[in-house]
Design a protein around this ligand. Structure first.
Ligand code: SF4
Length: 377
């Protein structure tokens, strides 16, 4: 089902992958475990023979979530809760929910109350990864998850089984990275929307099948540099709705680097193979790129964005702010000041999962790049 998709079909499926996931699950007789982002080791879930599906919000109307989460809870959390409460909850046999901020802590409690009959486990990744105990803690958490899934399924996984899942997921990331690297140099070969749809769909469908589509798409790409593109760095956690990418495409922005959990932070999560798989998963966690609520150094966000901007010779940094994300709201004032002092053009776009009209974002983005071209920034 997902092994022979064209780029156009990928973009279409990314809008709403759930009907096709339902069909696939029915055909294969598989069970589905959903996870909110970030950092749940999906390879572990796959090794237990489940389909791991990342929950990345919905643009469908909010009906039930507002009565469970206040209006000033982040848009991603409200949207994910709505996705499972009103639309897709019955598809999932269980959930593994990371707790990385106050919102995700409350969210997992609400989830547990709302789905008493489903498997619900939390994944408590350490948020200060420079503490001496962080490595030990991460390993304990991964082993606790394995043991929890084992108790629930009455099955055990082997190192070989987990290493096979790691190899499959690594292959997915390697293919995505090759396509991303190609697109950076050939911005007219595929759009930003197409590239980030490939990444997002990878987080939601069966990789054994989807890797075949990725390989075919990669092999079919033709060099096309195009003209008039402006290279930018995209910073943030997620970038939704997908029409935001279409906006970038419309004004010929070429994303040459990003810090998104649904972007490079995902692709870069390749895990070392052939050693102890749990240790290798711990290494990945300790070495991952910056993510707003998880850090080892308060300057790291700024340093990473500055490095990406300079190394890629980008012309500006666009920051995607998810409405009411408390972590981003803590980061933003300092980040703005530090980037301004460096003379790096910086534009913040406020996004909301249920937004249908992007005209206000378009006007501001166009004005920002007009000023940039005119030398006013
Ligand atoms: S980190 Fe931000 S976007 Fe993610 S759940 Fe917490 S508040 Fe929401």
């Amino acid at each position: 089902m997902w092994d022979n998709l064209s780029l156009k079909e990928v973009v279409e499926l990314t809008k709403d992958p759930f009907p096709s996931i339902r069909k696939w699950v029915k055909e294969k007789g598989k069970k589905v475990i959903g996870s909110t982002i970030p950092d749940v080791p999906e390879e572990v879930i796959h090794a237990f023979d489940f389909l791991p599906v990342s929950l990345i919000g919905t643009d469908k109307p909010l009906k039930k979530a507002p009565s469970r989460l206040p209006d000033n809870a982040c848009s991603l959390a409200r949207s994910n809760l709505e996705l499972v409460m009103s639309y897709e909850g019955d598809l999932f046999d269980g959930f593994v929910l990371p707790q990385v901020c106050d919102t995700t802590q409350h969210l997992s409690d609400i989830w547990r109350i709302h789905f008493p009959d489903k498997y619900t486990e939390c994944f408590l990744a350490p948020r200060q990864v420079d503490r001496p105990s962080a490595r030990y803690w991460t390993k304990e958490e991964i082993e606790r998850l394995i043991s929890s899934l084992s108790n629930w399924t009455n099955r055990k996984i082997t190192d070989d089984g987990l290493n096979s899942s790691i190899a499959l997921f690594n292959e997915n990331k390697k293919l995505l990275k090759e396509i991303y690297d190609f697109k950076k140099k050939n911005p007219a070969a595929l759009t930003n929307k197409e590239l980030f749809s490939l990444i997002k769909l990878s987080m939601q469908v069966d990789k054994e099948e989807f890797n075949k589509s990725l390989k075919r798409i990669k092999d079919g790409l033709k060099p096309q540099k195009g003209e008039g593109y402006t290279d930018i760095v995209l910073a943030g956690i997620t970038c939704d709705p997908p029409e935001v990418y279409a906006l970038f495409d419309e004004i010929k922005l070429n994303i040459v680097a990003d810090t998104l959990v649904t972007g490079t932070r995902y692709i870069d999560g390749v895990v070392a193979q052939n050693g102890n798989p749990v240790d290798a998963l711990v290494d990945r966690h300790m070495n991952r790129m910056f993510f707003s609520p998880i850090h080892d150094n308060v300057y790291r966000n700024f340093e990473e964005i500055k490095t990406l901007y300079k190394e890629n010779n980008a012309k500006a940094v666009i920051y995607i702010h998810i409405e009411f994300c408390e972590s981003q709201e803590y980061d933003l004032p300092d980040l703005k000041n530090m980037l301004r002092k460096e003379g790096i053009p910086f534009h913040v776009m406020d996004t909301e999962y249920q937004t249908l009209s992007l005209s206000h974002l378009r006007t501001r983005l166009q004005a920002f790049f007009e000023s940039l071209k005119g030398g006013a920034l």
